[in-house]
Ligand binder design. Structure first.
Ligand SMILES: NC(=O)c1ccc[n+]([C@@H]2O[C@H](COP(=O)([O-])OP(=O)(O)OC[C@H]3O[C@@H](n4cnc5c(N)ncnc54)[C@H](O)[C@@H]3O)[C@@H](O)[C@H]2O)c1
Length: 406
């Protein structure tokens, strides 16, 4: 499989690193608008199958030209979600399959954003399903860890564990700390702000929104992570899961912890979350981009990061025998382990293995996506069966059948 990875940040570089250990990858080109970042990835990996190039994902013509020139089997989008539609459209125009880990952006309801749904995450991509289908190409969207493996866990729950599902709650929490920083998001700060400050999306037999930082629960995460305060945030799973899994309620609760929540509220109150450009002494800059430039690069904090990160799906309903049952299906990565074995920090490594596993299943013909699809459109078992061969694991922990609803 020939792959073109666009974005040589935390996740893109980890994808290249993991892919370099896989023989099904015949060629991989990694691109970034910062050519030195893409070059650093190939320098680190030292694999003759891998090369780097420069491209600006904001330039549709340049992107399409690059995709046509490289002529890969698949384009992997690992740039922040602002560029989803450009990379998605450039791939479609060039007639090349596409994979991403974050869906096209939402637009809040213009008059009642905390009660009514506007444009949802991924709506712009799903709107093109028929076009992709008629071209005989696929766009597999949201195949990171969350969204991604979390969706696969939810589909596994439906297929193998439950006869009826009351609630799917995606719960993400960690015990991660970064030496010397009181505030250091472990992946794209741009995305972190986007997902935390947008009105949370909730599926409750229909899509609804709520106020940011509501729906709080303290969830006891496994493998020593322990209790973390979680709140509802806008996340792709709430768009994807209800389309394929019959659940009455679907939410995403992010284990941000109280301190992180307070800092995000302050950033927002000061206007530093704003993504529109402002003019500062003749310079045009978006406050959010400026803030990102002050924070440590998520790709480089691995050596000073400690702890574990957990992603999973909590599912409650009736088991296959019709009895009340709940479980948390999860994946934990220890930063010490991922740094030692791959040199990538836990969060980006935990994200990056999923598109590589997906590529393996597509390359060997096990998965045959068609059109615009999410991870839960595809058979979950072959994916889960491959996780251990990549050095990771997944587990099922029985939970209180009463569920965890706040
Ligand atoms: N599904 C998941 O579980 C999950 C988890 C983490 C991240 N993500 C997604 O993965 C993507 C990458 O995240 P990350 O943590 O690696 O972010 P990052 O900020 O570390 O990396 C983004 C890279 O894109 C490059 N870039 C920015 N603008 C560009 C442009 N115009 N043209 C070309 N390159 C450009 C940057 O130089 C950087 O190298 C994001 O969309 C994020 O939302 C998904």
């Amino acid at each position: 499989m020939r792959a073109l990875v666009i974005g040589a940040g935390g996740v893109g570089s980890a994808i290249a690193n993991i892919a370099s250990r896989k023989s099904f990858i015949t060629e991989l080109v990694i691109a970034d608008y910062d050519a030195s970042k893409a070059h650093a990835v190939t320098q680190k990996i030292q694999d003759p199958r891998f090369t780097s190039v420069e491209v600006d994902a904001g330039d549709l013509v340049a992107l399409e030209g690059l995709i046509r020139k490289v002529a890969p089997d698949v384009v992997i989008n690992a740039v922040d979600p602002r560029f989803v539609m450009n990379i998605f459209n450039a791939s479609k125009n060039a007639g090349v399959n596409y994979i991403d880990m974050a869906l096209s952006l939402s637009i809040a309801h213009p008059t009642d954003p905390f009660n009514k749904v506007g444009v949802k995450l991924g709506d712009d991509q799903f709107a093109q399903h028929d076009e992709w289908l008629s071209k005989g190409k696929f766009a597999l969207i949201g195949i990171g860890i969350e969204p991604g493996l979390s969706d696969i866990f939810a589909r596994y729950a439906q297929d193998y564990l439950f006869s009826e599902i009351d609630a799917v709650t995606i719960l993400d929490g960690s015990s991660l700390t970064v030496d010397g920083y009181e505030f250091a998001p472990s992946f794209s700060i741009w995305t972190t702000i986007e997902e935390c400050l947008n009105p949370p999306l909730i599926w409750n037999e229909g899509w609804h929104t709520a106020k940011p930082f509501t729906g709080g629960v303290t969830f006891d995460f496994p493998e020593g992570i322990g209790p973390v305060e979680c709140v509802d945030v806008e996340h792709e799973e709430v768009v994807l899961i209800p389309q394929k899994i019959k659940a009455k309620k679907v939410t995403f609760k992010y284990g941000l912890g109280n301190d992180f929540i307070e800092k995000l509220k302050t950033i927002h109150a000061l206007g530093l979350s704003n993504k529109q450009k402002v003019n500062y002494r003749g310079m045009e800059i978006a406050p959010r981009d400026f803030l990102a430039s002050l924070l440590p690069d998520p790709a480089t904090i691995g050596p000073i990061m400690h702890g574990k990160t957990c992603a999973g799906a909590h599912v409650a309903g009736l088991n296959k025998e019709g009895k009340p049952y709940a479980c948390y299906i999860y994946n934990v990565v220890d930063n010490e382990w991922s740094m030692k074995n791959y040199g990538d920090q836990a969060v980006v490594w935990q994200t990056a293995i999923n598109p590589v596993i997906a590529m393996e299943l597509i390359a060997n013909g096990t998965w045959k996506p068609a059109g615009v699809v999410g991870p839960e459109w595809l058979e979950p078992k072959p994916f889960l069966d491959l996780i251990e061969s990549y050095g990771s694991s997944w587990h099922i922990r029985d939970e209180d059948p009463a569920g965890i609803e706040a």
